[in-house]
Design a protein around this ligand. Structure first.
Ligand SMILES: [Zn+2]
Length: 382
Protein backbone atom coordinates (compact mmCIF):
# COMPACT_ATOMS: atom_id res chain seq x y z
CA UNK A 1 0.00 0.00 0.00
CA UNK A 2 1.52 3.30 -1.09
CA UNK A 3 0.48 6.73 0.12
CA UNK A 4 -0.53 7.64 -3.41
CA UNK A 5 -3.29 5.00 -3.34
CA UNK A 6 -4.94 6.62 -0.36
CA UNK A 7 -7.77 9.07 -0.85
CA UNK A 8 -7.21 12.57 0.53
CA UNK A 9 -5.44 12.95 3.91
CA UNK A 10 -2.55 14.88 2.33
CA UNK A 11 -1.62 16.67 5.54
CA UNK A 12 -1.42 13.43 7.55
CA UNK A 13 0.64 11.72 4.84
CA UNK A 14 3.11 14.60 4.91
CA UNK A 15 3.24 14.54 8.67
CA UNK A 16 3.96 10.79 8.72
CA UNK A 17 6.64 11.01 6.03
CA UNK A 18 8.24 13.82 8.01
CA UNK A 19 8.60 11.64 11.12
CA UNK A 20 10.62 9.17 9.04
CA UNK A 21 12.82 11.83 7.48
CA UNK A 22 13.53 13.44 10.82
CA UNK A 23 14.05 10.07 12.45
CA UNK A 24 11.51 10.70 15.18
CA UNK A 25 9.10 7.80 14.75
CA UNK A 26 7.27 7.33 17.99
CA UNK A 27 7.28 3.60 18.86
CA UNK A 28 3.64 3.46 19.99
CA UNK A 29 1.13 5.51 18.05
CA UNK A 30 -2.61 5.65 18.27
CA UNK A 31 -4.32 6.62 15.02
CA UNK A 32 -7.61 8.07 16.11
CA UNK A 33 -9.97 8.28 13.19
CA UNK A 34 -13.65 8.15 12.33
CA UNK A 35 -14.88 5.10 10.37
CA UNK A 36 -14.16 5.23 6.65
CA UNK A 37 -11.42 7.86 6.79
CA UNK A 38 -8.68 5.47 5.71
CA UNK A 39 -6.65 4.92 8.90
CA UNK A 40 -5.88 1.27 8.07
CA UNK A 41 -4.40 1.98 4.62
CA UNK A 42 -2.55 4.98 6.10
CA UNK A 43 -0.97 2.82 8.81
CA UNK A 44 0.08 0.19 6.27
CA UNK A 45 1.48 2.79 3.86
CA UNK A 46 3.39 4.38 6.75
CA UNK A 47 4.89 1.04 7.81
CA UNK A 48 5.73 0.23 4.19
CA UNK A 49 7.45 3.61 3.79
CA UNK A 50 9.48 3.08 6.96
CA UNK A 51 10.71 -0.29 5.71
CA UNK A 52 11.07 0.57 2.03
CA UNK A 53 14.61 -0.07 0.77
CA UNK A 54 14.44 2.71 -1.79
CA UNK A 55 12.26 5.45 -0.30
CA UNK A 56 11.25 8.44 -2.38
CA UNK A 57 10.62 11.97 -1.12
CA UNK A 58 6.94 11.33 -0.49
CA UNK A 59 6.27 7.63 -0.89
CA UNK A 60 7.67 4.12 -0.80
CA UNK A 61 9.02 2.72 -4.07
CA UNK A 62 6.42 -0.03 -4.35
CA UNK A 63 8.83 -2.45 -6.05
CA UNK A 64 11.70 -3.27 -3.68
CA UNK A 65 11.80 -6.65 -1.90
CA UNK A 66 10.20 -5.18 1.21
CA UNK A 67 7.49 -3.24 -0.66
CA UNK A 68 6.55 -6.29 -2.71
CA UNK A 69 5.79 -8.26 0.45
CA UNK A 70 4.07 -5.29 2.03
CA UNK A 71 1.86 -4.90 -1.01
CA UNK A 72 0.53 -8.40 -0.41
CA UNK A 73 0.43 -8.00 3.37
CA UNK A 74 2.72 -11.00 3.76
CA UNK A 75 5.89 -9.39 5.06
CA UNK A 76 7.11 -11.58 7.95
CA UNK A 77 7.75 -8.50 10.09
CA UNK A 78 4.34 -6.96 9.52
CA UNK A 79 1.84 -8.22 12.09
CA UNK A 80 -1.83 -7.51 12.44
CA UNK A 81 -4.14 -7.80 15.38
CA UNK A 82 -7.88 -7.20 15.25
CA UNK A 83 -11.12 -8.23 16.92
CA UNK A 84 -12.26 -11.73 16.07
CA UNK A 85 -14.85 -14.25 17.18
CA UNK A 86 -13.22 -16.85 19.34
CA UNK A 87 -14.31 -20.44 18.75
CA UNK A 88 -12.91 -23.94 18.97
CA UNK A 89 -10.90 -23.40 15.78
CA UNK A 90 -10.21 -19.66 16.17
CA UNK A 91 -8.20 -18.91 19.26
CA UNK A 92 -6.08 -15.96 18.17
CA UNK A 93 -6.22 -13.37 15.37
CA UNK A 94 -3.72 -15.26 13.19
CA UNK A 95 -6.26 -18.07 12.86
CA UNK A 96 -8.30 -15.80 10.57
CA UNK A 97 -5.33 -14.08 8.93
CA UNK A 98 -6.27 -15.37 5.48
CA UNK A 99 -9.71 -13.76 5.74
CA UNK A 100 -8.09 -10.56 6.97
CA UNK A 101 -5.62 -10.44 4.08
CA UNK A 102 -8.31 -11.17 1.55
CA UNK A 103 -10.44 -8.34 2.92
CA UNK A 104 -7.48 -5.94 2.72
CA UNK A 105 -6.75 -7.03 -0.82
CA UNK A 106 -10.33 -6.58 -1.87
CA UNK A 107 -10.64 -3.13 -0.34
CA UNK A 108 -8.57 -1.63 2.49
CA UNK A 109 -11.53 0.58 3.43
CA UNK A 110 -13.76 -1.54 5.65
CA UNK A 111 -15.57 -1.39 8.94
CA UNK A 112 -16.66 -3.82 11.63
CA UNK A 113 -19.83 -4.75 9.72
CA UNK A 114 -17.79 -5.78 6.68
CA UNK A 115 -15.28 -7.70 8.80
CA UNK A 116 -18.11 -9.43 10.61
CA UNK A 117 -19.65 -10.48 7.29
CA UNK A 118 -16.29 -11.92 6.12
CA UNK A 119 -16.13 -14.07 9.22
CA UNK A 120 -19.71 -15.11 8.98
CA UNK A 121 -20.05 -14.41 12.66
CA UNK A 122 -23.73 -13.48 12.92
CA UNK A 123 -24.38 -12.09 16.38
CA UNK A 124 -21.36 -13.38 18.20
CA UNK A 125 -19.34 -11.02 20.34
CA UNK A 126 -16.00 -9.94 18.91
CA UNK A 127 -13.01 -9.16 21.06
CA UNK A 128 -9.24 -9.11 21.36
CA UNK A 129 -8.67 -11.61 24.12
CA UNK A 130 -5.89 -12.54 26.50
CA UNK A 131 -4.63 -15.35 24.26
CA UNK A 132 -4.21 -12.78 21.46
CA UNK A 133 -2.34 -10.41 23.80
CA UNK A 134 0.05 -13.20 24.72
CA UNK A 135 0.55 -14.05 21.07
CA UNK A 136 1.44 -10.41 20.35
CA UNK A 137 3.98 -10.38 23.17
CA UNK A 138 5.51 -13.60 21.84
CA UNK A 139 5.62 -12.41 18.21
CA UNK A 140 7.25 -9.13 19.05
CA UNK A 141 9.84 -10.71 21.31
CA UNK A 142 11.42 -12.45 18.30
CA UNK A 143 14.14 -10.75 16.35
CA UNK A 144 12.97 -9.22 13.09
CA UNK A 145 13.24 -11.69 10.22
CA UNK A 146 14.39 -9.28 7.55
CA UNK A 147 13.03 -5.79 8.13
CA UNK A 148 14.71 -3.01 9.99
CA UNK A 149 11.50 -2.27 11.86
CA UNK A 150 8.94 -4.81 13.05
CA UNK A 151 5.44 -3.44 12.89
CA UNK A 152 2.28 -4.46 14.66
CA UNK A 153 -0.92 -2.81 13.49
CA UNK A 154 -3.81 -3.32 15.87
CA UNK A 155 -7.19 -2.43 14.47
CA UNK A 156 -9.80 -1.39 17.05
CA UNK A 157 -8.08 -1.60 20.44
CA UNK A 158 -11.55 -0.70 21.76
CA UNK A 159 -12.15 -4.45 21.66
CA UNK A 160 -9.40 -5.17 24.16
CA UNK A 161 -10.98 -5.86 27.49
CA UNK A 162 -8.99 -5.78 30.71
CA UNK A 163 -6.72 -8.34 29.05
CA UNK A 164 -5.26 -5.36 27.21
CA UNK A 165 -3.31 -4.45 30.31
CA UNK A 166 -1.07 -7.40 29.51
CA UNK A 167 0.30 -5.28 26.68
CA UNK A 168 1.21 -2.27 28.77
CA UNK A 169 4.82 -3.17 29.36
CA UNK A 170 5.27 -3.95 25.68
CA UNK A 171 3.78 -0.63 24.63
CA UNK A 172 5.81 1.29 27.17
CA UNK A 173 9.14 -0.43 26.54
CA UNK A 174 8.89 -2.23 23.24
CA UNK A 175 11.72 -4.44 22.02
CA UNK A 176 14.24 -2.62 19.83
CA UNK A 177 13.05 -1.49 16.40
CA UNK A 178 9.41 -2.21 17.00
CA UNK A 179 6.55 0.01 15.95
CA UNK A 180 3.12 -0.35 17.43
CA UNK A 181 0.24 1.33 15.59
CA UNK A 182 -3.18 1.17 17.16
CA UNK A 183 -6.12 2.27 15.05
CA UNK A 184 -9.10 3.38 17.07
CA UNK A 185 -12.41 5.02 16.33
CA UNK A 186 -13.34 6.18 19.76
CA UNK A 187 -10.96 7.53 22.35
CA UNK A 188 -13.49 7.04 25.16
CA UNK A 189 -13.58 3.28 24.74
CA UNK A 190 -9.86 2.63 24.99
CA UNK A 191 -8.26 1.51 28.22
CA UNK A 192 -6.87 4.69 29.75
CA UNK A 193 -3.69 2.82 30.66
CA UNK A 194 -3.06 2.25 26.96
CA UNK A 195 -4.12 5.72 25.93
CA UNK A 196 -1.60 7.34 28.24
CA UNK A 197 1.25 5.29 26.74
CA UNK A 198 0.69 6.14 23.09
CA UNK A 199 1.21 9.14 20.90
CA UNK A 200 -2.11 10.17 19.40
CA UNK A 201 -2.32 10.94 15.69
CA UNK A 202 -5.70 12.43 14.89
CA UNK A 203 -6.92 11.58 11.41
CA UNK A 204 -9.80 13.74 10.24
CA UNK A 205 -12.78 12.44 8.33
CA UNK A 206 -12.64 12.89 4.58
CA UNK A 207 -14.14 16.07 3.19
CA UNK A 208 -17.29 16.10 1.08
CA UNK A 209 -15.19 17.25 -1.89
CA UNK A 210 -12.74 14.35 -1.51
CA UNK A 211 -15.58 11.86 -1.42
CA UNK A 212 -17.65 13.35 -4.22
CA UNK A 213 -14.53 13.63 -6.38
CA UNK A 214 -13.82 9.94 -5.72
CA UNK A 215 -17.38 8.95 -6.63
CA UNK A 216 -17.34 10.93 -9.87
CA UNK A 217 -13.98 9.41 -10.90
CA UNK A 218 -14.62 5.83 -9.81
CA UNK A 219 -18.35 5.27 -9.95
CA UNK A 220 -19.23 7.53 -12.83
CA UNK A 221 -21.83 9.44 -10.81
CA UNK A 222 -23.15 12.82 -11.89
CA UNK A 223 -22.04 15.82 -9.84
CA UNK A 224 -25.42 16.11 -8.16
CA UNK A 225 -25.59 12.45 -7.18
CA UNK A 226 -21.99 12.45 -5.98
CA UNK A 227 -22.54 15.51 -3.80
CA UNK A 228 -25.73 14.04 -2.43
CA UNK A 229 -24.05 10.75 -1.49
CA UNK A 230 -20.97 12.50 -0.13
CA UNK A 231 -23.27 14.55 2.09
CA UNK A 232 -25.06 11.48 3.29
CA UNK A 233 -21.83 9.58 3.90
CA UNK A 234 -20.54 12.41 6.08
CA UNK A 235 -16.83 11.71 5.53
CA UNK A 236 -17.16 7.94 5.53
CA UNK A 237 -15.83 6.50 2.27
CA UNK A 238 -17.17 3.02 3.02
CA UNK A 239 -20.65 4.35 3.27
CA UNK A 240 -20.26 6.51 0.17
CA UNK A 241 -19.18 3.45 -1.82
CA UNK A 242 -22.11 1.42 -0.53
CA UNK A 243 -24.50 4.18 -1.58
CA UNK A 244 -22.92 4.51 -4.99
CA UNK A 245 -23.17 0.76 -5.52
CA UNK A 246 -26.88 1.10 -5.06
CA UNK A 247 -27.51 3.85 -7.60
CA UNK A 248 -31.22 3.19 -7.57
CA UNK A 249 -31.56 4.74 -4.16
CA UNK A 250 -32.87 8.26 -4.00
CA UNK A 251 -32.28 9.05 -0.38
CA UNK A 252 -33.46 12.64 -0.35
CA UNK A 253 -36.60 11.78 -2.34
CA UNK A 254 -37.56 8.87 -0.11
CA UNK A 255 -36.94 10.75 3.08
CA UNK A 256 -38.83 13.90 2.14
CA UNK A 257 -41.80 11.89 0.90
CA UNK A 258 -41.86 10.11 4.27
CA UNK A 259 -41.88 13.51 5.99
CA UNK A 260 -44.69 14.69 3.70
CA UNK A 261 -46.81 11.69 4.66
CA UNK A 262 -46.26 12.67 8.29
CA UNK A 263 -47.18 16.30 7.74
CA UNK A 264 -50.23 15.22 5.76
CA UNK A 265 -51.22 12.88 8.58
CA UNK A 266 -51.49 10.12 5.98
CA UNK A 267 -51.36 7.14 8.29
CA UNK A 268 -52.44 4.55 5.64
CA UNK A 269 -49.60 5.77 3.37
CA UNK A 270 -47.19 5.52 6.24
CA UNK A 271 -48.27 1.95 6.87
CA UNK A 272 -47.64 1.12 3.21
CA UNK A 273 -44.27 2.82 3.50
CA UNK A 274 -43.49 0.67 6.54
CA UNK A 275 -44.24 -2.49 4.58
CA UNK A 276 -41.89 -1.34 1.80
CA UNK A 277 -39.14 -0.25 4.18
CA UNK A 278 -39.26 -3.61 5.93
CA UNK A 279 -38.09 -5.20 2.65
CA UNK A 280 -35.14 -2.88 1.99
CA UNK A 281 -32.48 -4.81 3.87
CA UNK A 282 -30.68 -3.55 6.89
CA UNK A 283 -28.03 -1.44 5.17
CA UNK A 284 -30.61 0.56 3.22
CA UNK A 285 -32.74 0.94 6.32
CA UNK A 286 -29.76 2.32 8.18
CA UNK A 287 -28.98 4.63 5.25
CA UNK A 288 -32.51 5.99 5.28
CA UNK A 289 -32.41 6.73 9.00
CA UNK A 290 -28.96 8.25 8.83
CA UNK A 291 -29.90 10.35 5.86
CA UNK A 292 -32.92 11.59 7.78
CA UNK A 293 -30.79 12.61 10.74
CA UNK A 294 -28.28 14.45 8.54
CA UNK A 295 -31.02 16.10 6.52
CA UNK A 296 -32.93 17.34 9.56
CA UNK A 297 -29.72 18.60 11.16
CA UNK A 298 -29.27 20.75 8.10
CA UNK A 299 -32.87 21.94 8.48
CA UNK A 300 -32.05 22.90 12.08
CA UNK A 301 -29.25 25.09 10.74
CA UNK A 302 -31.69 26.78 8.35
CA UNK A 303 -34.18 27.24 11.19
CA UNK A 304 -31.50 28.77 13.38
CA UNK A 305 -30.57 31.26 10.68
CA UNK A 306 -27.25 29.58 9.91
CA UNK A 307 -28.03 28.80 6.29
CA UNK A 308 -24.50 29.65 5.23
CA UNK A 309 -23.29 26.47 6.98
CA UNK A 310 -25.70 24.15 5.18
CA UNK A 311 -24.00 21.57 2.93
CA UNK A 312 -26.97 20.18 1.00
CA UNK A 313 -26.78 20.05 -2.80
CA UNK A 314 -28.84 22.79 -4.52
CA UNK A 315 -32.03 20.85 -5.35
CA UNK A 316 -32.26 19.20 -1.95
CA UNK A 317 -31.56 22.55 -0.31
CA UNK A 318 -34.58 24.10 -2.00
CA UNK A 319 -36.91 21.47 -0.53
CA UNK A 320 -35.30 21.76 2.89
CA UNK A 321 -35.76 25.53 2.83
CA UNK A 322 -39.43 25.27 1.91
CA UNK A 323 -40.00 22.70 4.61
CA UNK A 324 -38.23 24.81 7.21
CA UNK A 325 -40.10 27.96 6.24
CA UNK A 326 -43.58 26.48 6.20
CA UNK A 327 -44.05 23.52 8.47
CA UNK A 328 -41.03 22.47 10.44
CA UNK A 329 -40.02 23.99 13.77
CA UNK A 330 -36.76 23.53 15.61
CA UNK A 331 -38.15 21.44 18.50
CA UNK A 332 -40.06 19.35 15.99
CA UNK A 333 -36.92 18.68 13.95
CA UNK A 334 -34.98 17.84 17.11
CA UNK A 335 -37.68 15.44 18.28
CA UNK A 336 -37.76 13.66 14.91
CA UNK A 337 -33.96 13.41 14.90
CA UNK A 338 -34.10 11.79 18.34
CA UNK A 339 -36.61 9.21 17.06
CA UNK A 340 -34.53 8.45 13.96
CA UNK A 341 -31.40 8.02 16.04
CA UNK A 342 -33.21 5.70 18.39
CA UNK A 343 -34.48 3.65 15.45
CA UNK A 344 -30.96 3.50 13.99
CA UNK A 345 -29.64 2.22 17.31
CA UNK A 346 -32.24 -0.54 17.37
CA UNK A 347 -31.89 -1.52 13.72
CA UNK A 348 -28.17 -2.04 14.28
CA UNK A 349 -29.10 -4.42 17.04
CA UNK A 350 -31.35 -6.44 14.78
CA UNK A 351 -34.74 -5.06 15.81
CA UNK A 352 -37.71 -6.16 13.69
CA UNK A 353 -37.71 -3.56 10.89
CA UNK A 354 -41.44 -3.63 10.31
CA UNK A 355 -42.31 -2.86 13.92
CA UNK A 356 -39.53 -0.35 14.10
CA UNK A 357 -40.48 1.62 10.99
CA UNK A 358 -44.11 1.61 12.03
CA UNK A 359 -43.16 2.95 15.42
CA UNK A 360 -40.93 5.71 14.08
CA UNK A 361 -43.62 6.67 11.53
CA UNK A 362 -46.29 6.93 14.21
CA UNK A 363 -43.92 8.93 16.38
CA UNK A 364 -43.48 11.27 13.43
CA UNK A 365 -47.23 11.81 13.18
CA UNK A 366 -47.45 12.32 16.92
CA UNK A 367 -44.64 14.85 17.00
CA UNK A 368 -46.19 16.80 14.15
CA UNK A 369 -49.79 16.58 15.30
CA UNK A 370 -49.43 17.17 18.98
CA UNK A 371 -46.09 18.89 18.84
CA UNK A 372 -45.10 16.68 21.72
CA UNK A 373 -41.69 15.30 22.37
CA UNK A 374 -40.77 11.71 23.06
CA UNK A 375 -40.91 10.70 26.69
CA UNK A 376 -37.71 11.38 28.53
CA UNK A 377 -36.71 14.55 26.64
CA UNK A 378 -36.19 17.54 28.86
CA UNK A 379 -37.25 20.14 26.37
CA UNK A 380 -40.62 21.78 26.96
CA UNK A 381 -42.35 22.88 23.81
CA UNK A 382 -44.33 26.13 23.90
ZN1 LIG B 1 10.22 -0.04 -1.55
Amino acid sequence: MQFKEIIGQERIKQQLVQTVKENRISHAQLFLSPVGSGAVPLAIAYAQYINCLDKGEHDSCGVCASCRKYERYIHPDLHFSYPFFASASVKIAVDVLEEWRSMLTQDPYFDMDIWRSKLDAANKQANINIAECHDIIKKLSYKAFEAETKVLIMWLPEYLDKAGNALLKLIEEPPANTLFILIAQSQDQILSTILSRTQIVKIPKLTGEEISHYLIENNGLTDHQAIDYAFLADGNLIEAKALAADTQSDSSGTFTSWLRMGFGNKVPDLINFTDEAAKWGRENQKNFLRYGVNYLRECCLILSGAEALVKLPPLTLETAKKLSEHVLSLPMAEAIIAELEKAHYHIERNANPKILFLDVSLQLVKIIKFKTLPAGTQYIYN
